[in-house]
Ligand binder design. Structure first.
Ligand SMILES: [Zn+2]
Ligand SMILES: [Zn+2]
Length: 417
């Protein structure tokens, strides 16, 4: 197709045509509205950060840092990276601007582009869009449940059904120590049979072995963090489950769920959908009580999640009402054309979306265009109307039509009905 075209978009990027851009805009509106209903405030952050920020917060032994980052040197020799996820930047801003001074609890959301060098496939791009939420300052499982509910609420508002919630607890550094000891003891004799990544993880970040897709079957009887939780972590997990119960939210416990990122503690969760195939994850998150202290702030509990919008949109969100323009003005002769054009501009000044045909096409073609534009109203002006100082106002859905004076105030009143 069009093989003479010299330029196409780069593999792993996505163009949005007008109808897609409109869908995306609506999806973003839904997210903003919902997150603000939950009292989260929007943050926007730069496209790149110091590479060190991601190495420290995402973690050296994650797939993101090991394999997927777009890293480059600037002219001063500093290593920069296109942001592969949102949490590190949110935490950086929280610390840099002293946002903790604004109150003990700070809740943020973002809708941002992210960059990862993954193998491009359906719904997975190298430049992709994510929304996420972070609640900083609350240790309570109530906050974890609130985050989960806000995401489910957004899926629901987008008319996306069939998303499953999996949850787990991976404990705190205290109870994890004991778990890791038992876990490593168990794996010690089987290490040879594990994949190369897991062999490395065994010494760098053993817990990550739990969610290895390749070795899944070999890990069925392995010790899991859930069985080693300390009292505090166990209580926290019960609290989380209890809150989900109160909210009527269904979930499954996946004892192998650890999430790819190093900084999670206690609660982890993910959203999946069977329509997305083997990599069926739409998004997920969890608690990261250790990260803010680790990045140089005071020890501060925090929790959050992120959802990949490109993947979410594969699940065909349906808006309840379809949108079109308010008025399409149809003119039947040259003299009416100028009258119509003035009217279009008056309509726009009055807050209506309006358009007309600039090509002098036939009435039939103009009506077809009005249909195509999904116009709520058509206003028809011909010689007869022009001489009588009126227009024909047609409601496109029902076809009912009436003559009204050519006067923006009267027309405005009629359009409001
Ligand atoms: Zn614990
Ligand atoms: Zn493995």
């Amino acid at each position: 197709m069009d093989s003479y075209l010299k330029f196409r978009n780069v593999r792993g990027t996505k163009d949005l045509l007008p109808e897609e851009a409109e869908l995306w805009r609506w999806v973003e509106e839904v997210i903003r509205k919902k997150m603000e209903d939950y009292n989260y405030q929007e943050l926007r952050f730069p496209t790149f950060e110091l590479t060190e920020l991601f190495k420290k917060s995402t973690g050296e032994d994650t797939d993101i840092v090991q394999k997927e980052m777009f890293t480059f040197k600037d002219k001063g020799g500093r290593s920069l990276t296109l942001k592969p996820e949102g949490t590190p930047s949110v935490v950086r801003m929280y610390l840099q601007y002293g946002l903790y001074n604004r109150g003990i609890l700070q809740k943020f959301y973002y809708i941002e582009r992210m960059f990862r060098q993954e193998k491009p496939q359906r719904g997975r791009y190298r430049e992709f869009r994510q929304f996420g939420a972070e609640a900083i300052g609350s240790p309570s499982p109530e906050t974890d449940a609130e985050l989960v509910r806000s995401a489910l609420d957004i899926f629901n508002e987008l008319n996306i059904h069939g998303i499953k919630l999996n949850i787990n607890s991976i404990g705190c550094p205290k109870c994890r120590e004991k778990f890791i000891r038992e876990f490593k003891k168990f794996l010690c004799s089987r290490l040879d049979s594990l994949c190369n990544d897991c062999k490395r993880r065994y010494s760098t970040n053993p817990m990550r072995i739990l969610d290895c897709k390749i070795d899944r079957e070999k890990l069925i009887d392995v010790p899991v963090p859930l069985d080693y939780l300390c009292d505090d972590c166990r209580k926290h997990f019960s609290g989380f489950k209890e809150r989900l119960g109160y909210l009527g939210i269904n979930y499954s416990i996946d004892k192998h769920l650890v999430r790819g990122l190093d900084y999670y503690t206690k609660t982890v969760f993910e959203f999946t959908h069977s329509k997305l195939g083997t990599k069926d994850e739409v998004g997920g998150g969890g608690r990261y009580d250790g990260l803010i202290g680790f990045l140089g702030g005071d020890e501060t509990p925090a929790s959050g999640y992120a959802v990949g919008l490109d993947r979410l949109l594969l699940l065909s969100p349906q808006r309840k009402e379809s949108r079109g323009i308010d008025v399409y003005v149809i003119t039947l002769d040259k003299a009416s054309d100028l009258t119509g054009w003035k009217l279009v501009n008056e309509l726009r000044d009055s807050g209506f979306s309006a358009d007309k045909d600039p090509l002098g096409r036939s009435m039939k073609a103009q009506f077809r265009e009005a249909d195509r534009q999904n116009a709520k109203w058509a206003i028809v002006i011909g010689e007869k109307e022009r001489e009588g100082g009126s227009v024909q106002l047609k409601r496109m859905e029902t076809g009912e039509q009436k003559e009204v004076p050519l006067n923006i105030t009267t027309i405005k009143e009629e359009l409001k009905c």
